[in-house]
Design a protein around this ligand. Structure first.
Ligand SMILES: [Zn+2]
Length: 384
């Protein structure tokens, strides 16, 4: 067993990281690990951090490995923001941590999982530490692509470019690590288009699969304007419920922790001097919920795109595999009832909705416009 076992389908890509563990001469103080969402870039960074701390170079089972992977290792700092941007203060704190030598391990490893979420000003602050790192400090930055990181930063990093793993590789991981039945594992890996985290959630949570089916059903259920408006409202509601479920428990725990730290009992009057701290926390939590909601909606749109992509595959007679194998009947039905031009129009509408959401348009507005565009147009689509 080794920490690299779970970096699936990237054997060649992670070779420089393994070499750096084995031979200090091959070591570099700053790495940029890129790859599409779900390709496992943050896992690869943690695996590298573990391998650097492990006396056996990444056995996967010793205390060093286990704590480095989980983020509990004293010499491994993991930064995973759930906010839209990493603040300049957070980066300053990281830099001061990075300046101290490792307390027990061989290296001080600083992992920044969303290095693309830094403004240019923040990047410039980080740049200094990356240019002249303390001798035992290693920076591991992760981002979707090198272009997502300021050029000044990426020119000082060695770049490890992960690729989208094959669905079979993802399915094998789900089966071996999470004990998922192999047939279901492959079905979910395909549906998630090889996004490891999404595939795992689908495989382990029947409700997540049901929600996805519900989203895909929109493709055939929207007939008129009324349906479109309802469908958009439904999607936003599902996203809000999902965000609430995902954040509520943690919000409460964080609040209790902050109050305890400030020495205030919940329910009593908060001294004015401490209110700013609580307000800051509440703002962070609100931003996190907003991001979660947008992520859920973005996922829903991506799922719908995968369905229309399958419809286009059938319509053009291409011989590639369908993403939504469990919806093949549904896909063939839609392919027979519509034209390729219809499908392209729907894909455009979905793409536009994604852009609008990313550009901070109110979700309901973006989705209503999208749902209206998904209605069947022209004589082939039929029922208006
Ligand atoms: Zn180990």
């Amino acid at each position: 067993m080794s920490v690299w076992d779970e970096v699936v389908g990237q054997e060649r890509q992670v070779e420089p990281l393994r070499a750096a563990v084995a031979d200090p001469v091959a070591m570099t103080h700053a790495w940029l690990i890129t790859g599409p969402p779900g390709s496992g870039r943050s896992y690869a960074a943690r695996a590298f951090a573990a391998a650097l701390q492990c006396p056996q170079g990444g056995c996967g089972t010793c205390r060093e490995c286990v704590t480095a992977l989980s983020g509990a290792h004293a010499d491994v700092t993991l930064v995973a923001t759930e906010k839209v941007t990493i603040s300049i203060q957070e980066v300053r704190d990281l830099i001061s941590q990075a300046a101290s030598s490792p307390s027990q391990g061989r290296w001080r490893v600083m992992v920044v999982e969303d290095a693309d979420r830094m403004t240019e000003r923040t990047s410039n602050v980080l740049l200094k530490s990356i240019e002249e790192p303390p001798p035992r400090t290693v920076w591991l930055l992760c981002a979707p692509s090198p272009q997502d990181v300021a050029v000044t930063i990426r020119s000082r990093c060695r770049i490890i470019g992960l690729t989208t793993p094959e669905p079979e590789d993802v399915a094998r991981l789900l089966a071996s690590r999470d004990g998922i039945e192999p047939g279901l594992a492959l079905e979910c890996a395909l549906a998630a288009q090889s996004h490891i985290g999404v595939a795992r959630r689908l495989a382990r949570d029947p409700e997540a699969r049901a929600r996805r089916d519900q989203v895909l059903a929109l493709a055939t259920e929207i007939r008129g304007v009324g349906d479109a408006i309802f469908a958009a409202a439904d999607l936003v509601e599902v996203a809000e419920a999902d965000a609430k479920a995902a954040t509520e428990e943690r919000d409460g725990a964080e609040r209790a922790e902050l109050l305890a730290m400030l020495g205030v009992e919940d329910g009593t009057r908060m001294p004015p001097a401490l209110r700013a701290q609580l307000r800051q926390l509440e703002e962070d939590q609100k931003r996190r919920a907003t991001r979660h909601k947008r992520d859920v909606l973005d996922r829903a749109i991506t799922d719908l795109m995968s369905l229309y992509r399958d419809v286009a595959v059938v319509q053009t007679g291409a011989t590639v595999r369908l993403v939504n194998v469990t919806h093949e009947g549904h896909v063939r039905d839609l392919a027979a009832r519509t034209t390729l031009a219809d499908t392209m129009r729907c894909l455009d509408a979905l793409g536009t909705a994604r852009e609008r959401l990313a550009g901070n348009v109110a979700p309901l507005l973006a989705l209503e416009a999208m749902a209206l565009d998904l209605r069947p147009h022209g004589p082939v689509g039929g029922t208006r």
